[in-house]
Design a protein around this ligand. Structure first.
Ligand code: T1G
Length: 698
């Protein structure tokens, strides 16, 4: 491999270029190369200034995350940054694309910085469960002040080039070629006889107790359970009372502490799997079909959400509804969604107007879809209705067009059979609200062609979503597993736990909400309909939450009716517990002859997660999910599973599969219908293997 750091002289400027694709990560060879290049510059009498560049689309993407967890090799990054800063002659950084994490820290070790238009300068380390570890928490506040530093660093945020110059993180704004801009700057510095200007030598930034306290309060609430964001604030605070050397020592101490946390392992796992999830052998190198012109059938919540998600990403959408009134309602919903995007600063007013005038239209005649590349059906969840829609689409749409269904549980194979082109049929299961939720389950049917799957993944990327490949079964990956841990919660309620205690315990684990709050949010009619649908084939040993049916019959459907498991009052955030629900549950226990017992928070969490992991093992065994990482990504992006736990399968490996299996076996002594250990789980335990060992399966 050619050395990733080159040295050349352009006149009186030593040009040091990092070329370590794809993101110029600061792996050992780059660190070594930078160190040597600075030594060479110091000894090069002809060179009066140095310019550090990153080859390609960005300056430096940070430390090499793939090295984490391995013993660090000399020179460590903080030492490299200090080596640059200590140089007796001026060093300039020219930043294009991004200078992130260690990349920005290298730039802060330089004496001068030019940021090219469009570049972002940031310290995302806390998103990986660590803190900036090469001077970022000490040099940044010296340049931009404590208030601005704690606005950026605990958020894992970045500043755009203009903001960075404004704040003082960069000195100049450049345009065009970073090398030319950097050379101009270096030559100007030589001309004015400028020497090194060390950020580390700047005085400690003024203490700003208010800003620090505000940041702590914000992140305690916003990132419940996470430690790194708060630790980053402590490191910034240290910069206000310690000179640079002891300040760097304190930062390193905190950095090492964070490196040892399981949260760092979880967040790094999440970082890599969100990229690995799209790596499937069957679509590697397979060209996707066109999908610029979308058809959406059905303008209800899901259809309108899907249309919105596509429109804001520049796709063209024709939405089919059964009549003009329904089409108008869909247009109103989409306009409201777009207005929301404008309000959130995600879309300009002109952008919204252009969408509504040029790239969006409704129709009541399917013939309007004859040019569409891909149609997404989002009509009523009834097999007959869907098959009819697909038969019509099959007749109307051009050869090679893709016919997708947004069904959340129906059999995609059966839908495909309603067409003459099953190879062009696929499931695209969006999560509501479809223009907000990032997860897209790509449900691959038996006959789905590989380039159709590849198109689905390309569409997801275009929509800024994360696609997970799923097989065909009731509920695919997420909802199928959800039904298992929901059932475990219902069993605990029947056995004596209050629904409110279950919600509290599940939230304490890190989930955004518990199963009963979630039921109230989605609508208790959905759960009721699912139970009705499964009633005919239900095993008599199964447990039915009759209290939930009672709530349905009482018209208490949750938030949308102001009452469900909780009572929702106007203007009050969240719901309050309802003694009448406790009474319904008590009656269900009586009817079932159950003597209620207490459950600790730990037991509730354990049973909830054991049920999730056990069903996930079955889903993996059946190939519905290809790898454990697919289950992790599903739950990180579709169900709010706490990212710092890495995903449920990563959590299970950390918790220990043998212990989980032991617990499931002990639960089975009370109920061997629901608690049947999944064979895959038993096999992994027998082999002392982990779910992670299955992640490299193609
Ligand atoms: N280390 C190792 N590999 C990385 C990497 C990194 N920092 N960043 C990206 N990759 C891989 C990625 O896994 C993928 O691999 C490929 O590069 C393209 O990535 C001391 C300790 C830079 C904005 O957190 O945000 O510095 O899938 O698809 O969309 O304080 O990558 O091709 O095999 O994302 O153009 C701090 C993380 C590290 C930045 C580019 N830095 N990376 O986005 O490409 S900690 C970060 C990103 C640190 C110091 C501490 C993005 C990007 P593969 P990609 P992209």
């Amino acid at each position: 491999m050619t050395h990733p750091v080159s040295y050349e002289r352009d006149g009186a400027v030593a040009v040091i270029t990092i070329a370590n694709p794809p993101v110029n990560a600061l792996g050992h060879a780059v660190r070594q190369g930078l160190w040597e290049a600075i030594d060479r510059f110091s000894g090069d009498a002809e060179a009066e200034a140095a310019l550090i560049l990153g080859e390609g689309k960005l300056f430096i993407g940070g430390a090499d995350i793939s090295e984490f967890g391995k013993p660090p090799k000399d020179p460590w990054l903080p030492e490299v940054v200090n080596h640059i800063e200590a140089c007796e002659k001026p060093v300039v950084a020219a930043i294009q694309g991004a200078a992130l994490g260690g990349g920005l820290e290298v730039a802060l070790g330089c004496h001068y910085r030019v940021a090219m238009k469009g570049a972002k300068l940031g310290l995302p380390e806390v998103n990986l469960g660590i803190i900036p570890g090469a001077g970022g928490t000490q040099r940044t506040p010296r340049l931009i002040g404590v208030k601005a530093a704690v606005a950026m660093i605990p958020a894992g945020g970045s500043l755009g080039a203009e903001e960075a110059v404004e704040a003082g993180l960069a000195d100049k704004l450049g345009e065009g070629d970073p090398r030319a801009a950097g050379l101009d700057y270096a030559r100007a510095l030589i001309a004015e006889g400028a020497g090194p200007r060390r950020v580390g030598a700047l005085p400690c930034p003024a203490e700003d107790a208010a800003a620090l306290d505000e940041a702590r309060a914000l992140w305690k609430k916003k990132a419940r359970g996470e430690v790194a964001r708060l630790a980053a604030i402590d490191a910034v605070e240290a910069s206000t009372r310690l000179e640079i050397a002891p300040g760097l020592d304190e930062e390193r101490r905190i950095f090492r502490e964070m490196m040892e946390t399981s949260q760092r392992a979880g967040l790094i796992h999440a970082f890599f799997i969100e990229r690995k999830v799209a790596k499937l052998p069957e679509i590697e190198g397979v060209a996707p079909r066109d999908f610029g012109k979308l058809g959406v059938i059905g303008g209800g919540t899901m259809g309108a959400g899907i249309a919105t998600a596509a429109l804001v990403r520049g796709l063209d959408v024709t939405l089919i509804e059964r009549d003009d009134a329904a089409a108008e309602r869909a247009t109103a919903t989409i306009t409201k969604n777009l207005d929301g995007a404008v309000k959130r600063g995600k879309l300009s007013e002109a952008g919204r107007d252009a969408i509504l005038s040029d790239s969006f239209r409704t129709a009541t005649d399917y013939a309007a879809l004859f040019e569409a590349d891909l149609a997404i059906e989002a009509v009523f969840e009834d097999m007959g209705v869907k098959r009819e829609v697909f038969t019509t689409l099959d007749k109307i749409m051009k050869p090679g067009a893709i016919l997708a269904t947004n069904t959340s549980y129906l059999d995609v194979n059966e839908i495909a059979e309603a067409t003459s082109r099953p190879e062009d049929v696929i499931g695209l299961h969006f999560f509501s609200p479809a223009h907000v939720m990032k997860l897209l389950e790509v449900v691959v049917a038996d006959k789905t062609a590989n380039d159709v799957t590849a198109t689905a993944f390309a569409l997801a990327k275009k929509l800024g979503k994360v696609a997970v490949r799923a097989g065909v079964c009731d509920g695919f990956i997420g909802n199928r597993i959800l039904s298992a841990y929901r059932a475990a919660a219902d069993r605990m309620v029947l056995a004596g736990a209050s629904p409110y205690a279950v919600d509290r315990a599940v939230k304490a684990f890190g989930w955004p909400m518990g199963p009963y709050e979630m039921g109230d949010l989605a609508g208790l009619d959905i759960g009721y309909a699912t139970r009705q649908r499964k009633a005919a084939t239900r095993d008599p040993r199964d447990v039915v939450p009759t209290w939930a049916d009672e709530l349905y019959h009482l018209g208490r459907l949750g938030q949308k009716t102001g009452r469900g498991y909780y009572i929702y009052e106007e203007g009050k955030r969240g719901g309050s517990e309802d003694p009448e629900v406790e009474a319904l549950v008590a009656k269900a226990r009586d009817d079932a002859g159950v003597t209620p017992r207490d459950f600790t928070e730990a037991e509730i969490q354990r049973r909830y997660m054991a049920a999730l992991v056990n069903e996930a093992a079955r889903v993996l065994e059946e190939g519905i999910a290809r790898r454990p990482l697919d289950v992790d990504v599903t739950f990180l992006y579709g169900y709010g599973f706490p990212r710092w736990r890495g995903g449920p399968m990563h959590w299970a490996d950390e918790a220990g599969l043998a212990g989980l299996l032991e617990d499931i076996k002990s639960y089975a002594t009370e109920d061997d219908f629901f608690w049947r250990p999944a064979p895959l789980l038993e096999r992994l335990v027998a082999e002392s293997a982990t779910f992670a060992s299955l992640n490299d399966k193609g």
